[in-house]
Design a protein around this ligand. Structure first.
Ligand SMILES: [Zn+2]
Length: 93
């Protein structure tokens, strides 16, 4: 299987990145440089179960709307914790 034939992905990565962007937009005091964002995303993703899907991009966004409330809640909590952890000890310098 070559890279171009790989049609699966971890939906959770996109959900965490979206949630992270939403939070960071509301928190101008928190550093949102690439290093901090990557640290936050990795921290949050380690707290969450991956959601692998075999699909193309159009269907990914259809699936986003089907996410249950508990999963959204878990993502929100994990992202919030990750932002607090990284904002408390940024490693960008
Ligand atoms: Zn930073």
């Amino acid at each position: 299987m070559t890279a171009s034939e790989k049609h699966y992905r971890n939906l959770m990565e996109e959900l965490v990145e979206r949630t992270l962007d939403e939070y960071l937009a509301k928190e101008p005091d928190v550093c949102s440089c690439a290093k901090c964002r990557n640290n936050m995303a990795a921290l949050a993703l380690n707290q969450l179960k991956p959601v692998y899907i075999s699909t193309d991009k159009g269907e990914v966004y259809a699936r986003l709307r089907e996410l249950d409330w508990q999963m959204r809640c878990d993502i929100t909590v994990a992202v919030h914790k990750a932002i607090q952890t990284v904002a408390g000890s940024p490693r960008h310098s």
